[in-house]
Design a protein around this ligand. Structure first.
Ligand code: SF4
Length: 419
């Protein structure tokens, strides 16, 4: 049996596909050069934008035509679209994808594919290391909390172990991955179920928990004849080596995180470069800035999604910072980390975005001087608060115009002279 994996979307999806591949290899399948010679086609989907979802429909439709022409192949669809379908209690989305893609043999949640085997890395120098999955932030435009569920952090020692092995194998660069990397560990400290309700801790709670013993995160190895598997072992003991960092935001202690500590441990393994994607402005603690400043092998190109430079749009997006706070953070980073540069994500044409609000984003981009921006035109996503409660009322032509303005300003400044 031969397999072919097609991956859509972000680095996290590509990292997942490396683990899917290891599972297929463990089932004694071999890799096909193209889907034309494959018996088993796995499509790892993305639905962050409508266009990403449409590309999946297009591919499956084309494969369906081959199937009808007599090609023998099994089509498995996994990833974000299936994640949403199985989390959507109304069953509407599952019905939708079943009806739109009748050619698919199986819709398989990514969790069921299995992550027990070491990933089959696609690059021998740069490795992606997922540290958490899912998100608790519920930005109103974003489908991730529905496709990937609540944020779950990988056990601390598991990540350290994986990075040590990568170092031994000669990898030069690692990228720590998560939808919100800098909130890594909040669930390990507070308990998975409590993170959502406790994400804004008041002072009393902070004072109380500061002195508590936290869960100590350890790993135990289990031999089962097929090799060594690592299992999480949790015991309550004092947190001597790993001190949670409480992120203070808008005068409140938002969440505790272990990310600064984890990042520093990985940096100390002497990789040439340690990168991390994606961080959120409101969880960027002073401790994290200090860790980056004192470890020269941590990236100097920080990806810090802003999404919009206008306070009212940010509020509608349920992003908890203002333009000023973002710029203050950028200035703090510039001051403490000489030579630091920034990339970002921006959505144009979000529900109700006026010309004046868009210009706030343009002005912010000019002030920060981003190296690169991943620009998207807003598209409504199934199940999100924006889809339920706000109107996608900006005409496509206006979205395109705004997209091009930022594209020329940030990504292709040389184009300015031709327009
Ligand atoms: S923080 Fe990122 S992944 Fe989480 S909901 Fe917001 S945009 Fe989506």
């Amino acid at each position: 049996m031969k397999y072919f994996i097609k991956t859509f979307g972000c680095q996290q999806n590509h990292a997942d596909s490396e683990r899917i591949e290891s599972t297929l290899k463990a089932r004694h399948m071999t890799k096909a050069r193209s889907y034309k010679t494959a018996d088993y086609i796995v499509i790892n989907t993305c639905m962050i934008r409508e266009s990403a979802e449409n590309r999946v429909y297009g591919l499956v439709n084309n494969l369906g035509k081959l199937k009808s022409a007599g090609w023998r192949m099994k089509i498995i669809v996994t990833g974000c679209m299936v994640g949403l379908a199985f989390r959507d209690k109304t069953g509407k989305y599952l019905r939708k994808i079943r009806e739109t893609m009748p050619e698919v043999d199986e819709f398989l949640p990514i969790e069921e594919i299995g992550f027990d085997n070491a990933p089959v890395r696609q690059n021998s120098l740069n490795a992606w290391v997922p540290i958490s999955n899912g998100c608790n932030n519920f930005c109103t435009f974003c489908v991730v909390p529905f496709t990937r569920g609540r944020e779950i952090s990988r056990p601390y020692q598991d990540i350290i172990q994986e990075c040590l092995e990568l170092k031994k194998k000669g990898y030069k660069n690692v990228t720590l991955l998560g939808q919100n990397v800098n909130s890594y560990g909040a669930d390990l400290i507070l308990g998975e179920k409590n993170v959502q309700v406790m994400r804004d801790l008041d002072k009393t709670y902070f004072e109380k928990t500061k002195s508590l013993n936290f869960l100590r995160l350890g790993m135990s190895s289990v031999e089962d004849g097929k090799g060594t598997h690592w299992r999480q072992k949790i015991s309550v003991t004092s947190f001597k080596d790993v001190k949670p960092v409480y992120v203070k935001h808008l005068g409140r202690f938002r969440i505790p995180t272990l990310f600064p500590h984890l990042l520093e441990q990985v940096a100390k393994m002497n990789f040439e470069k340690v990168d991390f994607i994606s961080s959120n402005p409101w969880d960027f603690s002073d401790e994290l800035i200090d860790v980056i400043a004192r470890n020269k092998n941590i990236t100097r190109l920080i990806h810090l999604p802003i999404q919009s430079g206008d306070d009212n749009v940010l509020k509608r997006m349920n992003r908890w910072y203002t333009q000023k706070q973002y710029i203050d953070l950028i200035n703090k980073l510039k001051k403490k980390i000489p030579g630091v540069k920034f990339s970002t994500d921006i959505i144009v044409g979000f529900c109700g975005e006026t010309e004046k609000e868009f210009l706030s984003t343009v002005n912010l981009a000019k002030e920060v001087g981003f190296e690169k921006a991943y620009l998207a035109m807003y598209s409504s996503r199934f199940g999100t608060a924006a889809t339920k409660y706000l109107k996608d009322d900006i005409p496509h032509t206006v979205k395109e115009k705004r997209w091009l303005t930022l594209e020329k300003l940030i990504n292709r400044p040389h184009l300015k002279k031709y327009h």
